[in-house]
Design a protein around this ligand. Sequence first.
Ligand SMILES: C[S@@+](CC[C@H](N)C(=O)[O-])C[C@H]1O[C@@H](n2cnc3c(N)ncnc32)[C@H](O)[C@@H]1O
Length: 252
Amino acid sequence: MSTLAMTQFWSGRKLTGKNTVSLSETPEWLQSAYASVFRDLVMDRLREFLFAPGPERSLRKVVDLGCGPGDWSLRFLDFADSVIGVDVNGHFLQVARQAVQAHAAAKQAVFVQENILEFADYQAADLVCLGACVQYLADEDLDLLLSRLADKMPDGACVYLRTTTSHPLRKPYRSSIGHYRAGDDYERRFFRHGFRIARHFLSSQVIPERVARDLCGGKNFLGKILWWPVRLVDLARWHNDHMNWILVKERR
Ligand SMILES: C[S@@+](CC[C@H](N)C(=O)[O-])C[C@H]1O[C@@H](n2cnc3c(N)ncnc32)[C@H](O)[C@@H]1O
């Protein structure tokens, strides 16, 4: 499947429910409930990383590529001076523009209708979010995007990447709706473009680890114990994984 075909698919798509853009078959009510808690917890992880060890300050600029209806972009407004959401789908962007009006920092957000392969305004971007959109790029276009990020982002700036990867025991594959690469394929590509991995975690880890942390004062081992049953079910379903990385652009 070419990037062009996948981009065309997305540009004509409508929302499936309340701000839901996922292609998964999980019932929409469950997706929305889970997605919101998941987003909060990932934001906590990002903030812990971005502002450690000092006090929380604000980031100059966050670019949210493939922002959809802006669910993530809006959260970035809590700790960024400006947020740019970029998407090909004008309908999703309209929803994002409307949703942001309720936010105290609405004026600090702009939503741009553009292909992420064309977008180039990364000047002073402290964080670029690639949330569930790189699986819609063919290999050569993914490399093109990464080389642009490497050229234009400031040194030390971060990328948050979340994407669907192939099941660890299955070969990477392409379907009519995406490219399901292995996790280490992404890692090698980012590495080649001068990024280092600062954190990585599966989406299924996020909630069990937080529950465990809240229950027993930050002891990570309990999180791993709570997560393993979830992980085993995941593996047995022979399903894709959902991986997350925080990457840092190294000085060149
Ligand atoms: C699965 S949704 C993810 C939305 C949001 N980032 C999130 O994590 O909830 C994928 C989004 O990427 C957008 N997209 C896909 N290919 C794109 C491209 N080449 N340029 C811009 N946006 C694209 C789609 O329109 C869609 O909004």
